[in-house]
Unconditional design. Structure first.
Length: 146
């Protein structure tokens, strides 16, 4: 897999995050192996902390995500580090019993680029009120950004 083609005026992190979300939904481990840095620290909204291999195993055997959506993603970047922050909404089910879940979180990500393209190095999510998602969507519609 290679870095996504750059769209005019779109930061490559936005494209990589879009690919990450689709890869999680599809369980596309080839794409995730490309996107996720090694080492990776992934902190779930539940407080569980995974390194890269534990996170991939979690995706393989513990959950299936039907939808992973991002909103209000802001990126600041300097040199080989970019910080992305914004809302994420997930819907899915546990693999062992099919129990459905959904949540809205505020996510902070650290993306690094050491000459081989942007890779996700750090992800931390914190649960927020579900109303934050709808509020953000209303704001985006009023600004004409959706």
């Amino acid at each position: 897999m290679k870095q996504p083609a750059r769209r005019e005026n779109v930061h490559p992190i936005l494209l990589m995050e879009e690919q990450r979300c689709r890869a999680v939904e599809r369980k596309d481990f080839e794409a995730l192996n490309f996107i996720l840095c090694n080492p990776l620290t992934y902190v779930h909204s539940t407080g569980a902390v995974h390194d890269r291999e534990a996170y991939l195993e979690f995706l393989r055997s513990k959950v299936h995500f039907d939808a992973v959506e991002r909103s209000a993603l802001e990126i600041t970047h300097g040199g080989s580090l970019a910080i992305a922050k914004g809302l994420m909404r997930i819907e899915g089910r546990r693999a062992n019993d099919g129990h459905r879940f959904a949540s809205v979180t505020f996510v902070v990500q650290g993306w690094t680029n050491h000459g081989t393209g942007w890779r996700l190095s750090l992800m931390q999510s914190t649960r927020v009120d579900d109303a934050c998602w709808e509020s953000d969507q209303t704001t985006a519609r009023s600004l004409g950004t959706t």
